[in-house]
Structure formats: structure tokens, C-alpha cells
Ligand binder design. Sequence first.
Ligand code: EPZ
Length: 439
Amino acid sequence: MSKIVVKGGQRLLGDIKVSGAKNSALKIMAAAILTDKPVILRNVPDIADVRIMINVLRELGVEVETVGGGDIHITSTKTLKSKAPYHLVNQMRASVIALGPLLARLGEAQFAMPGGCNIGSRKIDLHIRGLELMGAEINVRHGYIEAKADRLRGADIHLAFPSVGATENLMMAAVLAKGKTWIRNAAKEPEIVDLAKCLIEMGAKVSGAGTETISIDGVTELHGVDYTVMPDRIETGTYMVAGAITDGEIFLKGACSDHLKIVVSKLRQIGIEINCYPDGIEVKSNGKILSTNVSTLPYAGFPTDLQAPFMALLSLAKGTSVITENVFESRFVYVNELRSLGGKIDIESHHAIVHGSRSLVGAKVKAPDLRGGAALIIAGLASEGSTEISDVFHIDRGYDSIVEKLSFLGADIHRTKSETNLQFINFNQAPRANISTAQ
Ligand code: EPZ
């Protein structure tokens, strides 16, 4: 298994282009199941989770062609299969997002119950309850979800929690249902809006995406679409933090500051200069990092996916910060690894008390999950000496060309020789580093 080695002390300087959003692309790929017409997706990130979703779709009988440069062509004309392969659903819990579209298109679906992961139980009771309200008959047997519905019907659904996945699954199920559906207490994340925009361009009748009530008038069929995925706000936030922790001066081309208002405000609050432009975000740091308190919340609150990168940054702040994780029940698994780098962090229930240190020291650490792994890279960028990160397959799930991008910005970072266990599907024959000056 490959490792990532970072030698700390280099300021990040220059421009890079942010990639398409993982947490939008995966859902929009699943939305292609809703039509038998060709769907072209652009700006799809070259990451492991996309490769897994491509395999899930292919196993369901969907034709998927990766044509390079982040474009994917998807056609669901052939007879679709109703059973998602166990080993793929097990690899990526996000695959369950295909349940709603498959049920809407085919009237039946069998999916392995997605497992939990290191950040929490990751239940899907809200997905199931909503589909049952829409007339689906759902049984969970021997670890499989077996769903049937001759034709889903519109329903008035009130989510107990604004779950991103449940909102997306139910929105996609509703676009072909008979009648009108309301999703109340819906998630408001920008990825929900991106999915809704794509569905509307496919002929769906969706309104209210981005607010707490989404209404959908079911139609009988959808047509194809040529759609460009939104920029990845979590990748953007990760690089903003990397620029901040290295006293850097970077420009994130294509980043959308509207999606990151609270992150921009927090970084300014702790002394980082952030300038927002129509074509991207500039980050300038002078080495001074003040402490602050952060509480993760559903959008437009502080994103839980940036909790770990932010903790790496606050580990070097002047003073003590408190980070509270309100979205997932165990999203501090990576903290032990951060302590190995010198982070002084106490955990009390869902609070992390971060005592700012004067310095961090490189060490051998292990990525426990996607965002925790990113946090270890960020800490390594600012540590004295070298940091060797193993289990980097977690990081490769969601960051497109992270080693190439950081290296382009001046980081002393490389991936060890032992080949990654990823087969680079010929998106364009090699890991694509979205580097603006190269374009
Ligand atoms: C999406 O996960 C994202 N993943 C996550 O990003 C992100 O952290 C999360 O939304 C919150 O913003 C993708 O989009 C692929 P939820 P999702 O349903 O849909 C509970 C990353 O790092 N819940 O909003 O699974 C659940 O247990 C990943 O890119 C139920 O109880 O998030 C959790 O505590 C990590 N029952 C909370 O809601 C349900 O039926 C938030 O889950 C569904 C969820």
C-alpha cells in the first residue's frame, strides 16, 4: 500500500484549480438511472469514490464511458438490474443513493445495508421511512434491503433530521412518482441544489432546493442532460486551511465562496486574510493563527467535513480552542494520530479542547478516514521534519490529485513507490492534477 510523505516547513504559494464536488458528482451519477437518454457529466473529480460509483452503475446494467478530462457519458437504456453488488455497496456507503432512482425507474431494488464507518453509525432509517411513505414496500433481510413499488406516489415527508443522503434519495425517488411530494426539514447543502438543478434540466419539476422545504411534482419520464458538476467546497476548504497553516499565499481557481461563507468568516476571525473573487478565493497568511471555537452543524453551519482539517490548523493556534462535533457521533478518531504529531487535544464527549502548541513534529501516522487523513497531511505541512502517512487509500477516495496539487504549490510531498491500490480508470490516462497554469 502506498504512503504519503510530507516534509514540513514549506510555504504554499501559487494557484491551483479546485476539482468537481465528490458529494455532488456521486448523486448526479446515480440520477442518470432515472432516464434512458444519454447523460453527459463534466468536471467529475478523478477519485476512488467516483470509480466505485462507476462500477456500481455498470453492475446495474448502466453503460458508463469515461472520456477523459473529467467527462463521463452515462446511458441507462439497457435492461437495468435491480440488485446492487454487495461488495461495492460495502466499499462505499454512498452507493445507497442509487436506491431511490432504481426504485423510481424499475419498481424494485436490492441493496446491501450500507455499513457504518469510522465516523459513525451512518443509519438510513430516514431514507427507508420516506420511501415507505411514498408507497414502497421495504424489508431488510440478511443484511439486504429489498424494496418494491409498482409506482411510487407523492407524499408529505418530514425528516427528523436534515439528512443530506435522505433528502437526495427521496428527491430522486419523487421526480417520477405519481403526484406531489414535499420533503420538509430537508438538507440545504449546495450539493442538494446542484442535484436539483441537474434534475430540473432533465425535465423534473423540483422547487425549493436549498431551503428546508422541497416540493416535487412527479412526471412520467426524464430526458438526457449535459451537466457540469459544481466545485468541491470541502476540497476548497481543505486547501484554504493548508494555505493558512503554512503562512502561504494561494489562489483557488474555480472555488465558490458563496458555499463557504462560515468557513471564510472563521478563517478571517483567526487572522487569515481571505479575498473572494468571482473566479476563486485567495488565502494569505502571515503565520499568526488565533484560537476560536467551532461547532459543526448542517448547512449553512460549519461543515462537519472540515472539522478535522480545522483541528489541525487550531493545533498551532495561540490559545485554546473548542471544537464541537454535532453531526456524527464519532468523528474524532483521527485525534490520536494528531497527538502523535504533538497536538495537545483533550476529548470530552463530542467536544475537543485544542491547546495550541508552538510547533508540531513529524511522525509516522495512519489515516483513519477521508477527512482525518487530510488533516494529517495539513499538520505534516507545518510539522518539523517528516511525516509519513499510511492507509492513504482513505484520502484518495475524495481528493483528486492531492499530492500533485500540493507539490505544485511548493509542498515537499511525495507518494512512496509501492503502487496505490487504485486502478486509474483512463479519465485521461494518469492522475490528473487540475493545475490552472497548466491549462
Ligand atoms: C453526506 O453524508 C456526505 N457524504 C458526508 O460527507 C457529510 O459529512 C454528510 O452528508 C453531512 O454533511 C456524501 O455526500 C457522499 P447525513 P450522509 O445523512 O448523507 C444521521 C465526506 O467526508 N442519519 O446528512 O451520509 C447520520 O447517522 C462525507 O465527504 C440518520 O440518523 O450524511 C449522521 O449522524 C463524510 N438516519 C447524520 O444523520 C438516516 O437515515 C448526518 O447524516 C440518515 C442519516
